[in-house]
Every structure is written in structure tokens, then in C-alpha cells.
Design a protein. Structure first.
Ligand code: BGC
Length: 768
């Protein structure tokens, strides 16, 4: 059931029923809220244990006192932004396994992660903790991570469900989002993870969605999560996200965190006693709670420790594969042994390697760049990112006498954290000032960025190299050194677009909401879907990243050119390393719907695969495409819909570099049945074979009343040309008006020839 990856025998249903019937109402209610900041309540007389949870997501933050920053040491892996930039889901799985082991070693039963909210704006304060602007990439990384953690008998909490994409007023803001964008973009990663990895728990978000708190929402917690997706686990509130606890029980919100001293437990007991809440609904919640608690308890205690060196090495591998080479003019990188290198920027010594807030891990150790690179060093700015004339002067001296200058810059902890959104799109002001000074004294500049989300680069044309190191985790410093010197060939790809200006981002006009609401006006056009549609040239596109090698794509082969919605098509492509060094390339597959009844993105990422190739080596990569890869979420049908027509399949190594393209015809045999109402439009009814006939007859009759007939030859006067155009205009307008008219109006316009009863009969026939 819930903890599907676990290898132990699961707690039986009989045992759960036995416990449930032995429990008092008060005991049942007591299980629905925490005992402390991080634990659940035990029921000792029935041997129901207490379980412990901790943040997450990129390391085990087992707090000593309940405060941030005082956690037991644990491996600090690179946060989600860097993990996703590897485009290597096997690595995400490995990180999950390692996190599972560390949780076991610290007696933690639920790790609070991963975070799979969508990066709507580069200004989102918590972007570093989320995977991508793309739902498919986010969903695949979430699934791999979850499967890894759960394989070790530890539960996860996939968060924050849902539409929690900004920090501004996060505990009250209402995300106003259309059903289509909700399902296609914001719920999609959750859906994928639930269907593929069955997370033990989900964390309900603080915010409201279209006015309803996530923790009160029967639609999200029950209808969508359980009924549509088949979720079998439990839902935990984000810390303090409970609103109406009784409504929460009705929606199947299992656990309120953290402890509230029993206030809401008492409310639940009273509501049951007063008959306002059926005890059966509380029982459903308690059954799930017991099941998961007992399963997790049973699976705990597998490891007492873990190999810190091995886990540090894994953190190193993630950082190496997640670092993205953005620019490399004149092959300024890799640095060679002959290069006299100056490194400037305090991040090279005191790196920014993780975000801030609930995810703040106490690392087991931290590597820095300067210890791993043969170079001179000047800090250039202080810990707060401020520079002074003395710091600048020191840096100038180092830079002047070097062949190449590596300038390490980015966002400081002051600019990016859980709890607030970024105020500006630029790098830290002190960092910018330092960079200008370095450009002035040396023409050979490589900028290294440490930041959790995109930054503007108005200086881009004046530097030769840019390495986006993101937040590299505790081994990021060494990984960076190895990238710069070519020991590691960079292979990271952006999991998000870097717009040239923040004004180009679709959220810019209404960010981050007003009067308690934040409007998702861009609909499904989030990230590259927007820049593509608007033909806006980004600074760096989604999926982009350079290598020290070169790759070509050839032989795109589709197993079939025509399929029905029940069939799959296999897509094969050959990728070849045409450069001089070994390296990874990411094969990305995008699908475009060539004609659709709804506005669709120019293309959508559907599959990707990272491959390793020696120089001259080639490999064939295959993908399976099925119905969902062509579908959109229809608000009208309240389900995913595929339409017959042509789709193009495009393959390459970035959303803006897709050299291969082929086409596929989809023939939908069983489209969703249209439901017609009196408000259905004439043009919609015409899509039904019987509807078409009925409507055509009616239109012929109706049109006669409105459109003056063309004059016969004998009636033609000198003005007949003018009159004829006039008539054609009227005809054209009438046709358009009629097509967009609801069929209820036929009753009125036919002056009773078609009665209300006739209309109802027609509807009955159409809806058969
Ligand atoms: C965060 C969650 C976190 C929880 C517990 C909340 O403020 O939004 O992501 O898991 O605190 O620390």
C-alpha cells in the first residue's frame, strides 16, 4: 500500500481495524496533530509509536532544539535547482537512497521533501528548493528522488501541494489559476510522482488556490489526489498551514503539524459528539495514519550510520553534473597548467552552497574552490557581499598580473531565502561593482555564479566565460575546480529559462499579487512556453548548457507514422560525440501539436535522457511516446484530452536547438463525449453529426429573416455593386454571430417555431 517501495511485510488491515476499534474518540483525535515540532503522538497503551520527521529536501536536518541552524551534521547535497540541472534522474535516485540511509541513521521516519513547485518567476524566494519551470522535468526528478528515499524504508513528504510558487504572503495568498494551467503545469509534477512513486505523504501548502486553503480543499486532497490519481498515503499540513481543522478532516487532511497543545484535537472530539462530523470520516483519516505510522516504525532502525566519505563523493558527483557552462568564448575554459590564474570573490573561500530557511543543513564538511585550484586569491567583497576600496584594490593587483581571472559572484543569503521573494533580478550590488573593476584590468574573465535562481547579465558581452555553478552543496567547491580545469567535462543543462530582463518574464506585470491574490494570467505559458510563444529571445534558453566536447544528433526514426490514442510510438535517435574529450550529452524530446482547439505551447518537453560518450562514440537513444504526451487538460471535459491531428516530434540538446524533426498523425478513435447544454454554441453542436443536420436547417430558416437576398439581374441598378458588397458583409457577420450563438437563442429567434420543449428534445438526442 502506501510505502510501496518497502521490502518488509506491511502491517495488516486486521491489525489496523483491531486498533481502531480499541481506541477512544479522544485517542483517535490525538493522532491527527503532532506531539511536538517534529514528532507525532504515541498511544502507549496500544503500542502505537511516535514517529519523527525532519526537513529535507537536500539533506537531513534533524534539529536539536527545534530551531533552524542547529541541526545534527548530515551530508548537504546540492539543492533541487542543481540536482535538476544534471538532467540525470539516476543521480536523483542515488541521492534519494543516500538521504534514506542518513534518515535511518538519525532515526528519522519521514524526510520532508522533495519540493516540486513550479518556478514561475526567477524572483521566487524558494526557487533553489524546486526543480524546474517545467512540470515533466519536475515530475521525473520528484519520482526518482522519492523512489530512492522510500527504497530505504523511509517516508517522504512531497511538497508543497499545491501552487505555492512564491514567498510573498505565502500563508494567505490565493493563487488564482485556471483549471487548465492548474492541471497541466502546477499539479502535473505531483500527479506524476503520485502515480509513479506513491509518496508516503504529501505536504499541503500554506496558500489558498482560487480562494480555498490547500489544507481545506476537498477537490485537491480528495477528488484529485485520491480519486483521480490513486494516492494511498497521508497528507500533512505545512507547519502552521491548518485552517479549519474539521473541514480538513472531511477533506482527508491527516496530520496537523506542528503541535498546537491539543486545541484542534478537542475541536474534532466536540464536532463528532455534536454530530457535525461523522466519526466514520475521522476513522478513515486515523486508519491511514495508523497504517503509515506502523509501516514506517516497522521499517526503521535499518542503519546506525553511513559512510560520510561516500556520501560526500555523491554530493560531488551531483555538483559536477549540475554545473552549467553558459559561455566559453575563445575556449577560455578549461584552464590549462600554463595559465596563471587569479581567483577573485569571497565565495571561492566561503561558498554559497545551499539556500536558507527550513532546508538549512549542517554539513559534515565544506569544500571550497580555492583549496582545489592552483591560483592566487583575493576576496573582493565581504560575507555580506559588500566591497570596499581596499578589497577592490587587492583584487585589482591579483587580476592585473594574471593570464585569466575567475570572478566568483552571485546572490548572497541576503538576497535569496525561504520567507521572502527576491527584490531584484541582478547579482549582489557589491559583486557587480567588483566585476566591473576586474573587466577594466583584465580582458580574460570567467564569471562563476553561485545562486539559486537566474540573474540578469548585462555584462555578458564583456566576459569570455560564464559558469553557472548554482548552489553546489558541500562538495561544490571541488566540483567547480574540476570543471574549471577540465578534469570534469561540464554537462549540466538549465532546468529554467534565463530571461534577458525580468520585464520579459510573464509574471512581471502582476508579481507577486495584490489584495491577497496572485493572478496566474499567463495560464499554461510558463517559462519557455511563454518565451517561445512571444518570440522573446532569452539570455539562455531552457535545456541549454555547453560542454568541452561537441555532439551531433542524427537518424530520428519513428516506429510508426500514424497511431491511435491507445498505441505507443517508439522514437529512436543517434547521438554522437564529435569532439576530442569524453562527456555527457542530454537528448531532449519535445512535442508540438500542429493544430488544436485550445491554445497550446509551441512545444513541450516530454522525455530526456543523459548519455555518456567517449570521443567518436555514438549511441542510440529511444523513447516511448503515449497518449498523455499529446494531451492537454480540458477545463470543459474536466479531464486530459487528445485530439486527432498532426504532431511534430523534435529532438536536440536545448529548447532552442532541436535539429531533428519528424511528424506523427494521431487518430483518436474514442474522443471524450461532448455534453451539450442549452448554452452550447451553434458551432459546437455542429460537431455532432445529428446536431449538424438540425442546426443547418435552423440556420437556413433563421438567416432568411436577417439577410437581404442578392438582387436578381433584372433588379440591378447603378448601385447594385455597392448593395451586393453590403449584402455580403451582412451575410458574413450573420454567419459569425450565429456560429457563436448559444442554442437556447434559437427558441427566441425562431419566434416559437422551435419551442423550449423542442430544444430539450434535441438536447436529449444529442446527449444520448
Ligand atoms: C516550510 C516547509 C518545511 C516546514 C518544516 C515550513 O515553513 O514551508 O517546507 O518542511 O516549514 O520546517
Amino acid at each position: 500500500m502506501a510505502v510501496t517501495q518497502m521490502t518488509h511485510a506491511e502491517v495488516s488491515e486486521e491489525k489496523i481495524e483491531r486498533l481502531l476499534s480499541a481506541m477512544t474518540l479522544e485517542e483517535k483525535a490525538s493522532l491527527t496533530s503532532g506531539a511536538s515540532m517534529w514528532t507525532t503522538k504515541p498511544i502507549e497503551r496500544l503500542q502505537v509509536p511516535s514517529i519523527t520527521m525532519t526537513d529535507g529536501p537536500h539533506g537531513v536536518r534533524k534539529s536539536r532544539s527545534g530551531q533552524f541552524g542547529d541541526a545534527e551534521p548530515a551530508t548537504c547535497y546540492p539543492p533541487a535547482v542543481t540536482l535538476a540541472s544534471t538532467w540525470n534522474t539516476e543521480l536523483a535516485h542515488e541521492v534519494g537512497v543516500a538521504l534514506g540511509k542518513e534518515s535511518q541513521a538519525q532515526d528519522v521516519q519521514i524526510l520532508l521533501g522533495p519540493g516540486t513547485n513550479i518556478k514561475r518567476s526567477p524572483l521566487g524566494g524558494r526557487n533553489f528548493e524546486y526543480f524546474s519551470e517545467d512540470p515533466i522535468l519536475s515530475g521525473k526528478f520528484s519520482s526518482a528522488y522519492i523512489q530512492g528515499v522510500q527504497s530505504q524504508g523511509v517516508g517522504v513528504s512531497l511538497k508543497h501541494y499545491a501552487v505555492n510558487d512564491q514567498e510573498h504572503e505565502r500563508m494567505t495568498i490565493s493563487a488564482e489559476v485556471s483549471p487548465r494551467a492548474l492541471h497541466e503545469i502546477y499539479l502535473r509534477p505531483f500527479e506524476m510522482a503520485v502515480r509513479e512513486a506513491q509518496p508516503t505523504t504529501l505536504m499541503s501548502a500554506y496558500n489558498r488556490i482560487n480562494g480555498t486553503y490547500a489544507s481545506n480543499s476537498e477537490y485537491l486532497l480528495n477528488d484529485v489526489l485520491r480519486e483521480q490519481w490513486g494516492f494511498e498515503g497521508m497528507v500533512i499540513t505545512d507547519w502552521g498551514a491548518v485552517d479549519d481543522r474539521i473541514q480538513g478532516i472531511r477533506a482527508r487532511l491527516h496530520l496537523q503539524m506542528p503541535a498546537d497543545g491539543g486545541i484542534n484535537d478537542r475541536k474534532i472530539v466536540e464536532a463528532v459528539n455534536r454530530g457535525e462530523l461523522p466519526e466514520s470520516e475521522l476513522n478513515d483519516v486515523v486508519r491511514d495514519l495508523l497504517k503509515i505510522t506502523l509501516d514506517l516504525e516497522e521499517a526503521s532502525g535499518r542503519y546506525q550510520g553511513y559512510d560520510q566519505d561516500e556520501h560526500h563523493e555523491l554530493a560531488y558527483r551531483v555538483a559536477s553534473e549540475g554545473t552549467v557552462l553558459l559561455k566559453n568564448n575563445n575556449a577560455i575554459l578549461p584552464l590549462t597548467k600554463r595559465d596563471k590564474v587569479a581567483v577573485v570573490g569571497n565565495f571561492a573561500k566561503v561558498p554559497r552552497y545551499q539556500g536558507a530557511g527550513s532546508s538549512l543543513v549542517t554539513p559534515t564538511r565544506v569544500d571550497n574552490l580555492i583549496d582545489h585550484l592552483d591560483a592566487s586569491f583575493a576576496p573582493g567583497y565581504d560575507l555580506m557581499g559588500r566591497t570596499t576600496p581596499e578589497l577592490i584594490e587587492q583584487a585589482r593587483q591579483q587580476a592585473k598580473s594574471a593570464d585569466k581571472v575567475v570572478v566568483v559572484l552571485g546572490l548572497t543569503f541576503l538576497e535569496e531565502s525561504e520567507g521572502f521573494d527576491r527584490r531584484t533580478y541582478g547579482i549582489a550590488p557589491g559583486h557587480r561593482a567588483l566585476l566591473e573593476e576586474m573587466i577594466a584590468v583584465n580582458p580574460n574573465i570567467v564569471v562563476v555564479l553561485q545562486n539559486g535562481s537566474p540573474v540578469s547579465m548585462p555584462w555578458l558581452d564583456r566576459v569570455d566565460g560564464v559558469v553557472e555553478a548554482y548552489l553546489g552543496g558541500q562538495a561544490g567547491g571541488r566540483a567547480l575546480a574540476d570543471i574549471l580545469t577540465g578534469k570534469v567535462n561540464p554537462s549540466g543543462k538549465l532546468a529554467e529559462t534565463f530571461p534577458k530582463r525580468i520585464e520579459d518574464n510573464p509574471t512581471y506585470i502582476a508579481w507577486a499579487g495584490e489584495e491577497g491574490k496572485t493572478y496566474y494570467n499567463e495560464g499554461v505559458f510558463v517559462g519557455y512556453r511563454y518565451y517561445d510563444k512571444k518570440r522573446i529571445e532569452p539570455q539562455f534558453p531552457f535545456g541549454y548548457g555547453l560542454s568541452y566536447s561537441t555532439f551531433t544528433f542524427e537518424d530520428l526514426i519513428l516506429s510508426q507514422e500514424q497511431i491511435t490514442e491507445e498505441e505507443q510510438v517508439t522514437v529512436g535517435v543517434t547521438v554522437k560525440n564529435t569532439g576530442k574529450v569524453a562527456g555527457h550529452e542530454v537528448v531532449q524530446l519535445y512535442v508540438s501539436d500542429e493544430a488544436s482547439s485550445v491554445g497550446r505551447p509551441e512545444k513541450e518537453l516530454k522525455h530526456f535522457k543523459k548519455v555518456f560518450l567517449q570521443p567518436g562514440e555514438e549511441k542510440q537513444v529511444t523513447f516511448e511516446l503515449s497518449n498523455r504526451d499529446f494531451a492537454f487538460y480540458s477545463a470543459r471535459h474536466k479531464e486530459w484530452v487528445t485530439e486527432s491531428g498532426k504532431f511534430s516530434i523534435r529532438v536536440g540538446n536545448s529548447s532552442r536547438h532541436l535539429p531533428l524533426e519528424d511528424h506523427l498523425s494521431l487518430n483518436v478513435i474514442d474522443p471524450p463525449k461532448a455534453r451539450f447544454t442549452r448554452y452550447s454554441l451553434v458551432k459546437e453542436v455542429q460537431t455532432h453529426p445529428i446536431g449538424m443536420k438540425i442546426i443547418d436547417d435552423m440556420i437556413r430558416n433563421l438567416a432568411g429573416d436577417f439577410v437581404k437576398k442578392s438582387p436578381s439581374n433584372s433588379e440591378k441598378t447603378e448601385l447594385s455593386g455597392v448593395q451586393e458588397v453590403q449584402n455580403m458583409k451582412v451575410g458574413l457577420t450573420m454567419k459569425a454571430l450565429i456560429l457563436d450563438m448559444p442554442i437556447k437563442n434559437i427558441v427566441q429567434f425562431s419566434k416559437g417555431q422551435v419551442s423550449e420543449d423542442d430544444l430539450n428534445q434535441i438536447l436529449a438526442v444529442l446527449n444520448q
